[in-house]
Ligand binder design. Structure first.
Ligand code: FEO
Ligand code: CA
Ligand code: CA
Ligand code: CA
Length: 598
């Protein structure tokens, strides 16, 4: 494959070849720095990282583990500074603690893991003439939110009997956010954080709904239930109903309590990215990352107020509490017989069709209404997957991150893979999910009717069918495949200032490491996909942000290989031999100081 060094504006760089180097590899002419690592102190009083003397108290003031979603927000009045918000999805105890015994974790190890989850807010300073960023420790906006921090439940399920527990009989105050995967940044200056695989933290699942959300009988993997009974569903059956939400954080108010927005439904939220209607109402697109789960949107009934006045900010913090939650049903336009499960294009030359948004429930100022027969509105919001089942939503190949194009309004959905597609008793290939035993995933492009994000119907087509371009079962928007980079398992998506889509991957099935790719979405080069960077061994690439002069990525779970441990590391990135592997954020820029890819 010979992707060219020229390309669409924003993508003019010499592509990085697939590789297995234990480092971040960037195009020639580009530089990089590690912006912040797991364990670096960000709060006043937090000590420097010491891998051999970790404590929960130290971790609560340090950058958390396994950075995933990233957002960079402007900071007016402070020259060269921006606010970085990061998700810390989960902990890899075996890579964090020397001699970790998974059957018998200590209380200190468990409490360190609690403090290493959640969110970080840290102000970063840019270096003149490069894209290098460094953390501003002890800035007044810096913040850590983790498993014992307070969160407020808001919206239609707040206070419901389904979310009350012995510690919180009102059902409105939750301790902690867990498994924050991807997220989004709102036009009103807040960040959204998906609570994804929260099921793994709970022991002794037993109900039908527990099962639908992946909570099973027996102990949890991390044994947290031994140290706090709320993680034992046999003792606190409703505690898990308080996770699996979208969290909204106001990073500009360091004293604010983050909110879990129940109007956006409860599932394994990968991400949440808003777009405004013509009259200023936010529409939030959201994927449920599980094999055969659904794609959703929430349409607010309230308009955003412009400006940064106190009144506007307070109003905008209510936008995600009232509106309608929908689930997507996709119908292909080619005869079913032409979708044979191999990925062969149907006779009309495209995997495409139409779709409908099925309303599930509406939250209003005077209460909520269910649109699903047999379920109350509160049940729809808390057991949204069950509502999607009853509504006949389309079973997708793991909907991960989603991003509306700021230029065209088209919405791009990463469907990462689905090894079970077409297996006995499982859904077979359909036009939107056209490969059985789908190893490499696809990217769907959705166009709302009349370009109105609140529309109840849309057109869709597959933009990419990922894999080795030599594999006939791949598709790059019709672009000549000899000119593109191979890509596998799209996960996070972002747009650059030129309207190109950038895609980061998790779980590359082509034998090389994960990475970050840019692809043109319009013009003659639509579909020309080029690899921009690769990450170290065992890592996935997360949180991409593409600014004019800088690319930011989160390198998540480096060294996470079966059998690896602190004593037997698979990766020593970023600090080198003899040092513990550390998930970190990396900035990349052009050494000649010009914009990325121009
Ligand atoms: Fe946490 Fe779906 O990736
Ligand atoms: Ca078709
Ligand atoms: Ca992800
Ligand atoms: Ca993933």
């Amino acid at each position: 494959h010979k992707p060219a060094a020229d390309g669409a504006r924003g993508l003019r760089f010499a592509p990085v070849a697939p590789n297995t180097a234990d480092q971040v590899t960037v195009p020639s002419g580009y530089g990089q720095n590690v912006v912040i690592r797991w364990g670096e102190p960000i709060l006043r009083g937090a000590p420097a990282f010491d891998s051999e003397n970790q404590t929960a108290a130290a971790q609560a003031g340090q950058f958390g583990y396994n950075n995933d979603f990233l957002s960079l927000l402007p900071l007016r009045g402070e020259y060269g500074k921006q606010v970085l918000v990061a998700n810390h999805e989960y902990t890899d105890e075996i890579l964090m603690f020397r001699g970790y015994d998974a059957e018998n974790p200590t209380r200190e190890q468990v409490e360190i893991a609690w403090a290493a989850h959640g969110l970080s807010v840290v102000v970063v300073q840019e270096e003149r003439r490069t894209g290098k960023l460094t953390p501003v420790t002890r800035h007044y906006l810096n913040r850590r939110l983790h498993t014992t921090s307070e969160f407020e439940l808001t919206g239609p399920a707040a206070g419901s009997a389904l979310v009350r527990t012995s510690a919180d009989p009102e059902g409105r105050t939750v301790l902690g956010t867990l498994n924050n995967c991807a997220g989004g940044t709102t036009p009103w200056g807040t960040t959204l954080h998906g609570e994804e695989n929260f099921n793994q933290y709970f022991a002794n699942g037993s109900s039908e709904t527990d099962k639908r959300y992946g909570m099973v009988p027996g102990a949890s993997e991390r044994k947290w239930e031994r140290f706090d009974k709320r993680f034992d569903l046999a003792q606190e059956p409703n505690e898990s109903h308080r996770f699996g939400w979208v969290v909204e954080l106001d990073p500009y108010d360091p004293r604010s309590t983050p909110r879990k927005r129940t109007a956006l439904g409860r599932f394994k939220h990968e991400a949440a990215q808003p777009r405004l209607t013509a009259d200023g109402r936010p529409v939030v697109y959201m994927g449920d990352d599980e094999r055969f789960d659904y794609f959703y949107k929430f349409v607010s009934s309230k308009r955003m107020m412009k400006g940064s006045s106190r009144r506007a900010r307070e109003h905008n913090l209510t936008l995600l509490d009232e509106g309608t939650l929908y689930v997507a049903k996709l119908t292909g336009d080619s005869p079913a017989a032409e979708i044979d499960g191999t990925g062969k294009l149907p006779n009309d030359g495209e995997f495409d069709g139409s779709g409908t948004w099925i309303p599930l429930a509406t939250a209003g100022p005077d209460g909520a209404v269910s649109h699903v027969p047999g379920m109350t509105a509160e049940e729809v919001f808390v057991f949204t997957r069950v509502a999607g089942d009853k509504a006949g939503a389309t079973k997708m190949d793991r909907p991960e991150d989603v991003e509306p194009s700021p230029r065209s309004g088209r919405v791009y959905v990463a469907l990462t893979n689905n090894k079970d597609r077409g297996k006995a008793g499982k859904a077979p290939a359909d036009e939107a999910n056209p490969r059985n035993a789908n190893k490499h995933g696809q990217v769907l492009e959705l166009a709302e009717h009349w370009d109105d994000p609140s529309s109840d119907g849309f057109a869709w087509r597959l933009f990419l069918v990922a894999g080795d371009p030599n594999d006939p079962a791949t598709y790059f928007a019709g672009y000549p495949k000899e000119k593109v980079s191979p890509i596998s398992c799209p996960d996070n998506v972002a747009f650059d200032p030129h309207g190109n889509l950038w895609i980061s991957t998790d779980g590359n099935q082509l034998g090389s490491h994960d990475g970050l790719f840019g692809v043109a979405t319009h013009g003659e080069r639509r579909g020309e996909l080029k690899q921009f960077l690769t990450v170290p061994k065992g890592a996935e690439t997360c949180g991409p942000i593409i600014q004019d002069r800088r690319v930011l990525v989160a390198v998540q779970h480096p060294g996470e290989i079966d059998g690896a441990s602190v004593e037997n590391p698979a990766s020593t990135w970023p600090d080198g031999p003899g040092k513990i592997v550390r998930p970190s954020v990396v900035a990349v820029w052009r050494t000649d100081g010009r914009d990325i890819g121009v």
